[in-house]
Design a protein around this ligand. Structure first.
Ligand SMILES: Cc1cc2nc3c(=O)[nH]c(=O)nc-3n(C[C@H](O)[C@H](O)[C@H](O)COP(=O)(O)OP(=O)(O)OC[C@H]3O[C@@H](n4cnc5c(N)ncnc54)[C@H](O)[C@@H]3O)c2cc1C
Length: 544
């Protein structure tokens, strides 16, 4: 018999029909989830509708950094760096299990576009824009000291460098934590619910029509204010309003690749300048993998179909090999390659790298509040501003924003190390403990109980990865996961971390969660087919 999760989601959707919300947010990326959380925190009634899963768009395809954005300094976007640095500091406190300080090494080579003196000046400014309250200040290093920290780096031409601090995260799980937090504060959060139509009263938007993407039913939901937080889809959404004006958004494609950890030879994170075009790139540690990224090119491909090309992959491999000559990375080393679209606010800039990452909020003639641009890092500030605009539309005042000091769901109050120590004692497995605390934060004991108590719950899903089968049922019951893609791409990152993108374990996982989600044998077969379509769409590498 189906567990409560499917029935509870249906009830949530059915319940929307009879209500009039203050705000409907369309889009469950970090931007939309942040807005739903902020609106709920300020006492508004709010529903969020996401056509796929939380973070299924750009918010699961980022570089996974919570950062001031050192490269924006070059383009003079100081306000953004200042704002993002403050948010980095806050998120380190509000979600310490998901956001952790990360030290970067930046090596400088003779003739580099950013010479040593400029790097030192830039990083001093970076520290200053963080009001010298980052986890640590930058340090200048000699060539020998750089090689001591990163022995795999090319020696030839190395003149020195520096280290500095940013933070990393799990983008999809951060978005989920914001979504769950919004739900706990009263927002109605529904994934796999596509807004297909805008309902108007006269010329004003008064609601939306929403299609249940899992069961095909349609519901009308009323609201006083509609927020378009569909990121790279925001121009497509504007067409639902009949908008024919010039696009407000310019998409920039960014590709990352994952290779096995240890193949590159990096120790920790590095910031590098591409030998091809001098762009800033990152080499990042990510569990059992190293991630190399990213490209940055304007694109007109729809966000539903965006993927990496062989040219993108070649560009990233060549850059890594240039700096780590011993790596000799080849195409066969690439475990996965994926692309996302930066939803940049359209400007006159012809250069996607220089285009501002700042956000823009506009109110359309129908009264829809549209937010474009921004970053994962600045979601809270973007949400606070958007809700201020929504309140103006509502003609209401509300208590001041509390999001700055309200911890996110699953926040841990002790240090991460202390919590991992406790989890290690409980589970008897340090690797598993690290994974459970890093993924579930203070909810790790609940995830662990499911692993322990469900039949086959403690079976590893893949011998090389820390995930256990029991987590899949936990995610369906407690984290709003409804499909294999939700489980294998976003609740875990198995699709990014295995060469077949989770294809070989899809059946096992489907059988395990079937009783929770109420899947029959036919539903399991359909679900596996749907999963294959989704991973083909996301991970196939285009030849062009
Ligand atoms: C390669 C790359 C690297 C990046 N790295 C970083 C980084 O390290 N740090 C950082 O701070 N930022 C980074 N960013 C930027 C950051 O990822 C994005 O700004 C952010 O994720 C955008 O979130 P969003 O919610 O606006 O859009 P999305 O995450 O794309 O969410 C939009 C959502 O709207 C939904 N939707 C669309 N149409 C409908 C509809 N009709 N009905 C219902 N739902 C709908 C979609 O399914 C989607 O889930 C990076 C971006 C890219 C591309």
């Amino acid at each position: 018999m189906a567990d409560h999760s499917t029935a509870e989601r249906r009830a949530r959707l059915d319940g929307l029909g009879g209500r009039r919300f203050d705000v409907i947010v369309v889009g469950g990326g970090i931007t939309g989830c942040g807005i739903a959380r902020e609106a709920a925190l300020r006492g508004l009634s709010v529903a969020l509708l996401e056509k796929n899963d939380f973070a299924a768009g750009t918010s699961s395809r980022s570089s996974r950094l919570i950062h001031g954005g050192v490269r924006y300094l070059e383009h003079g976007h100081l306000r953004l760096v200042f704002e993002a640095s403050a948010e980095r500091r806050r998120l380190l406190h509000l979600a310490p299990h998901l956001v952790q300080a990360l030290e970067f090494t930046w090596p400088v080579y003779r003739g580099a576009r950013v010479p040593l003196w400029k790097l030192a000046a830039g990083l001093t400014l970076y520290d200053a824009l963080a009001l010298f309250r980052n986890v640590g200040r930058h340090r200048r290093l000699s060539a020998d000291a750089i090689l001591h920290e990163q022995p795999g780096l090319r020696r030839d031409g190395l003149v020195g460098g520096a280290t500095y601090y940013d933070a990393n995260t799990d983008d999809a799980r951060l978005t989920l934590a914001v979504a769950v937090d919004a739900r706990e504060r009263g927002a109605v959060m529904v994934n796999h619910a596509r807004v297909s139509k805008l309902v108007t009263e006269g010329v004003r938007a008064a609601g939306v029509e929403v299609v249940d993407e899992l069961y095909g039913e349609t519901t009308q939901v009323s609201a006083r204010v509609i927020v378009n937080a569909t990121g790279p889809w925001s121009d497509a959404f504007r067409h639902l309003e009949g908008a024919t004006s010039t696009p407000k958004l310019r998409g920039s494609k960014g590709v990352h690749i994952a290779v096995p950890r240890g193949r590159v030879g990096n120790h920790g994170a590095l910031t590098l300048l591409s030998p091809d075009d001098g762009r800033v790139m990152f080499v990042l540690p990510a569990g059992t993998h190293t991630i190399i990224g990213t490209t940055d090119t304007f694109t007109s491909v729809t966000p539903d179909e965006i993927r990496a090309s062989e040219a993108d992959v070649g560009y990233l491999l060549a850059a890594a090999n240039n700096f780590f000559p011993g790596a000799n990375l080849e195409r066969g080393d690439v475990i996965s390659a994926w692309a996302g679209i930066r939803p940049l606010a359209a400007t006159a800039s012809e250069d996607s790298v220089a285009a501002s990452r700042e956000h823009a909020i506009a109110v359309t003639p129908a009264g829809v509040v549209t937010i474009t641009g921004g970053k994962l890092t600045t979601f809270r500030v973007m949400a606070a501003e958007t809700v201020r605009v929504a309140l103006r539309q509502l003609g209401r005042s509300a208590p001041p924003s509390r999001s700055e000091s309200s911890p996110l769901a699953w926040n841990i109050s002790n240090s991460r190390e202390t919590v991992i120590e406790v989890a290690t004692r409980e589970t008897g497995d340090a690797v598993l403990a690290n994974h459970l605390v890093g993924s579930y934060g203070s909810a790790w004991p609940s995830a662990w109980r499911t692993i322990e108590s469900e039949p086959y719950g403690s079976e590893p899903i893949d011998p090389a990865l820390p995930y256990r089968l029991g987590e899949m049922r936990y995610a369906c019951r407690s984290e709003m996961a409804c499909t294999l893609a939700d489980l294998l791409i976003r609740r875990t990152h198995i699709a990014f971390e295995t060469r077949n993108h989770g294809r070989s374990i899809a059946r096992t996982v489907a059988l395990h969660v079937a009783p929770v989600l109420g899947w029959t044998a036919a539903a399991i077969a359909t679900e596996i087919e749907r999963y294959e379509v989704e991973i083909d769409r996301m991970f196939t590498i285009d030849r062009a």
